[in-house]
Each structure stands twice: as C-alpha cells, then as structure tokens.
Design a protein around this ligand. Structure first.
Ligand SMILES: Cc1cc2nc3c(=O)[nH]c(=O)nc-3n(C[C@H](O)[C@H](O)[C@H](O)COP(=O)(O)OP(=O)(O)OC[C@H]3O[C@@H](n4cnc5c(N)ncnc54)[C@H](O)[C@@H]3O)c2cc1C
Length: 381
C-alpha cells in the first residue's frame, strides 16, 4: 500500500484581511508551509476600512477574558511593528499617543467617572482630567467640554500598511499569497477538512483557517456549520488638516477622531447592523461631520478628503470566534472581531497559528470557541 500523500501545504488560510494575514505570517514564522487565498485584494474587506485604533481600554469596560485578550494584543503590536519593519522595510506607523474621551455635559461626565473608577479598580492606567486639564492636553477641543478621561497606553497604526506588511512578511517566509482567488468550498474526508476548492483549483492542506470576515458564514454553511457572523456596517471619513489639531485619539460627542502621521484626521464611525452595502451615504457623512466639528471646531478649516464604508464581522455577543469548528477536524475559525480586528490581529495570529500547528496557543482563547453558538444555532438560526 502506498503511504498517504502529504498535503500540499500545512496551513491554508481563507481571507486576506488583517486576521488572515496575521495567521499566515505567524504560521510561516513557525516554519509552516502556508497558502493564503483572497477573493479580491489584500485588505479589500473591513481591514482596509478601519481607523487603526488600538483601543483596548476604550472599547471594553468589564474585566474578563475579552479585555485580557485586547490588552495582551495591544502590547504585542510593539514587537510586531518592529519585526515587520525589519522583515519588510514597511513602517506600520505604530504610535502610542493615548486616547482621550471627552464629555460635554454632566451626564457624559458621570459616565466617564464611572468608567474611570472601573479602570482604576482593575489596576489599568487611566487619568481623570477636569476641563482645563483636558484642554491643556488637547487645546483644539471645543471650549465647553466639562471633563476628560485619558488612557495613555491606547495607540494606533496605519491599517493598510499593517495588512500589507503582514502579507509581505508571510511571503518572504515562503507563504503563497493568492489574490483574486475565491475559496468556493472545502475538500473533506469523513469529518476531516482536507483542503480548499478555489476559483483556480483545489489545494490540499493539513489545516484550514477560515478568516473570511463577513464572507465566513456562507462558506461555513457549506459544511453545515452555522456561524452567526453578520455585518455591522461602518462609515468613516478622512479630513486633511495640515498639521493635525489633535495628538491623541479623541473620543467625542458621537465620533472618534484619529490623527494620522500624514496630516489626515480620520473621523469614525457609524454602526449599522445587518447592512451588506458598504457604500457610504450622505446621512453618514452628515452625522460624522457634525460630531467631528462639535468635538474639535478647528476641523471646519480642514479639507474633506474622502469617505468610505466597511463591514465589521460581528457575532451576537460581539466577541471574536476563534478555534476549532464543532464537528470538523482540521478546520479553525478566526473571525468575528467586530470593532477590534486590527487591535486583535497579533494575538489572534499567534494563537490561531499555534492551534493550526498543534501547539499550545500563547493566549487562552478557549472562551471564544465557536462551540458557544451551537445552542444558539439550534434555537435561533
Ligand atoms: C469603519 C470601521 C472602523 C474600524 N475601526 C477599527 C479600529 O480603529 N481598530 C480596530 O481594531 N478595528 C477596527 N475596525 C474593525 C476591523 O476593521 C475588523 O474587525 C477587521 O478588519 C476584520 O478583519 P478580518 O481579516 O477578519 O476581515 P476582513 O478585513 O473583512 O477580511 C476578510 C477577507 O476575506 C476575503 N474573503 C471573504 N470570503 C472569501 C472567500 N470565499 N474566498 C477568499 N477570500 C474571501 C474578503 O475579500 C476579505 O478581504 C473597524 C471597522 C470598520 C468597518
């Protein structure tokens, strides 16, 4: 009897967003033979639409595995950006200038005060600022603000650069990155996934990682897996302000503002659950422009540069879905990162690559297992 044929690759990754590229890079770093398939172009999905904030403390209040994961990943961006610069020459523009949340009325200030207490209870670094202190930190803020809450360790990157650098670094370690190649289904043997069918042919793989963002659910359905990942559309706009009037990521009245190294300020983002059409709308532009001017009036002199939309891959509990798919061997899912995919990319990339190669993941991702949706899938979907 002839020995079983060795699969063409160790890891096949579906999706060339920040998550798929990070998994491919980290698997390739471990010496795995990797192939990544992207239906359009690298970063064409949500990952090309984001503001690039690394907002661990701004996003989640409650202690627990999710906040732990966000904070761990926030730290991992520092060595990752250094490694990517060394390996590709691309600077992903990591900047730790903090995040400043501002309130314009007593109710908003109370909300910030409650958040401040919760963060301090958890031993996280946070500074309470009265109106004068907040304006000292960011003099361009609207003068009628009443309080501020500053998280000095929140940071940002340039997302298109990060995705490109991850893909390039994966390639330089031997990974195949196939753009314009849609995965149309899976190869299976019994309860094992043994590869992918693509628009350009089939590829056998030891393990398949499904990281297709909002495109993940229809593919999972092909195997009878009900993966409740839905789009939450976000619109976002770019202003060109010359020297940016702010230094930190500013979270104001109905928007956040992210100053970029090239002089742009990114103002985001709307949230529309269930919308698949990513084209921006006049309503989105109006609400973001109004909120931006309310927060930093000096932006009225900035030039309107562009507006775009993206689809966040979101689960019912707004937590990522990471790990082995119930009922199938050798299929891992890595999606559902909702508002935090750029932030989570390093920890998800490391952990899912480790799982794919049969190693212990560096972060405990068991709370984010796809299994948690099994009952929901039976009852609701
Ligand atoms: C307006 C907006 C602002 C955001 N701001 C931030 C932020 O500041 N910080 C942050 O951390 N996160 C932010 N996010 C969230 C973040 O963008 C997402 O969580 C993250 O990009 C998801 O990455 P992904 O790789 O899972 O998905 P995607 O980037 O969508 O990538 C999935 C890829 O899979 C491909 N694909 C799908 N189906 C197939 C198939 N069958 N075959 C082959 N390829 C396929 C798609 O073409 C796509 O390129 C924001 C999102 C939006 C929309």
């Amino acid at each position: 009897m002839s020995p079983p044929r060795r699969p063409a690759v160790d890891v096949a990754v579906v999706g060339g967003g920040v998550i798929g590229c990070s998994v491919a890079y980290h698997a390739a770093r471990h010496g795995a033979r990797v192939a990544l398939f992207e239906a359009e172009g690298i970063g064409a999905g949500a990952s090309g639409a984001t503001a690039g904030m690394l907002s661990g403390q701004s996003e989640v209040q409650e202690p627990g595995p999710f906040l732990d994961l966000l904070l761990k990943s926030r730290d991992l961006h520092v060595p990752l950006s250094e490694a990517l610069l060394e390996e590709t020459g691309l600077d992903v523009e990591y900047l730790r200038a903090g995040a400043l949340h501002v309130a314009f009325d007593a109710e908003g200030a109370e909300d910030l005060a409650a958040r401040y207490s919760r963060q301090k209870e958890q031993g996280l670094s946070a500074r309470w600022l009265d109106a004068g202190e907040a304006r000292e930190l960011e003099p361009a803020l609207a003068p009628d603000l009443v309080a501020g809450l500053y998280f000095p360790e929140d940071a940002q990157v340039n997302p298109p650069r990060l995705v490109r650098a991850l893909a390039l670094a994966a390639q330089s370690r031997g990974a195949g990155v196939e753009e314009a190649t849609r995965v149309t289904g899976f190869l299976t043997e019994g309860d094992r996934v043994t590869g992918v069918r693509t628009s350009r042919g089939t590829v056998s793989a030891q393990t398949v990682v499904l990281a297709g963002g909002v495109g993940s659910s229809p593919l999972a359905q092909d195997l009878g897996i009900r993966l409740p990942v839905h789009p939450v559309k976000g619109e976002i706009l770019a202003l060109r302000a010359g020297p940016t009037p702010i230094k930190a990521n500013v979270w104001g009245d109905g928007c956040y503002l992210v100053p970029k190294r090239d002089g742009r300020v990114i103002a985001g983002a709307t949230e529309e659950p269930g919308v698949y059409d990513r084209r921006p709308t006049l309503g989105g532009v109006a609400s973001l422009s109004g909120a931006a001017l309310r927060t930093v009036p000096a932006l009225s002199r900035s030039q309107f540069e562009s507006v775009w939309g993206g689809l966040r891959p979101t689960t019912p509990d707004k937590r990522p879905v990471l790990g082995r798919a119930e009922g199938w061997e050798r299929l891992l899912i890595a999606t559902g990162t909702h508002r935090n995919g750029v932030l989570l990319a390093p920890v998800v990339g490391q952990s899912v690559a480790a799982l794919a190669l049969g190693e212990e993941p560096p972060a405990d991702v068991s709370s984010f297992s796809p299994d948690r949706f099994a009952a929901l899938a039976r009852d609701v979907l």
